[in-house]
Design a protein around this ligand. Structure first.
Ligand code: PRP
Ligand code: URA
Ligand code: MG
Length: 216
């Protein structure tokens, strides 16, 4: 069972296994291959948890025994949208679970001095307004980047209640800022950190996720 620390926030069960995974990726001495491997494991859990909250409709199938099974199927189609760069790290985890899923990209970068986000580029599936959207970004710090990306989705006709923001680490300030702008979007996160430092990085956090996954 997930817990709900805030409305529309789903926090992964805080099991010893999950804490162990976060212990590895937060460790500054963890190598890049290990950082990728263990982040990918958490990403997979977030995708599965996001799917747990998707609406379903009743569906009955005939089995090989001649009996029917009364089950469910997803109500709608989904797509992924990653906030480039760090969000791209979550695309593979989504693809592993949702075969040939369509994926859009929104390039937003935080200014290194001010931590304010800037939108550079967007490329989204044509029919995104008819889909549920898994918005992908591992870090929710001030919330500025996620708010800007969600604004783009809503401008393209996506209904806010159909957006699921999948995120590895958030904090109260970021969640509150984000939900002030977009209260109906569901956040699926694995961890809620203590807060932000002067550089607007999550603490204890793990540093720059994109650098650790792709560069250092
Ligand atoms: C990071 C992260 C989020 C954003 C979070 O991206 O991946 O997109 O910062 O911060 P915020 O909540 O204060 O907006 P960054 O712009 O550093 O780019 P990167 O993906 O290239 O690392
Ligand atoms: N981006 C990151 O990669 N890490 C943070 O802590 C904040 C923004
Ligand atoms: Mg970065």
């Amino acid at each position: 069972m997930t817990t709900q620390p805030f409305k529309n926030v789903y926090l992964l069960p805080q099991t010893n296994q999950l804490t162990g995974l976060y212990t590895i990726i937060r460790d500054k001495n963890t190598t890049r291959p290990d950082f990728i491997f263990y982040s990918d494991r958490i990403i997979r859990l977030l995708v599965e948890e996001g799917l747990n909250h998707m609406p379903v409709v009743d569906k009955t199938v005939a089995t090989h025994t001649g009996e029917d099974f009364h089950g469910v199927g997803f109500e709608g189609k989904i797509c992924g949208v990653s906030i480039v760069r760090a969000g791209e790290s979550m695309e593979q985890g989504l693809r592993e679970v949702c075969r040939s899923v369509r994926i859009g990209k929104i390039l937003i970068q935080r200014d290194e001095e001010t931590a304010l986000p800037k939108l550079y580029y967007e490329k989204l599936p044509e029919d995104i307004d008819n889909r549920y959207v898994f918005l992908l970004d591992p870090m929710l710090a001030t919330g500025g980047s996620a708010i800007m990306a969600t604004d783009v989705l809503i401008k393209r006709g996506v209904k806010p209640e159909r957006i699921y923001f999948l995120n590895l680490i958030g904090c109260k300030e970021g969640i509150e800022n984000y939900h002030r702008a977009h209260p109906d979007v569901k956040i699926v996160t694995g961890c809620i950190d203590r807060g932000l430092n002067e550089q607007r990085y999550l603490v204890p956090g793990l540093g720059d996720f994109g650098d650790r996954y792709y560069c250092i």
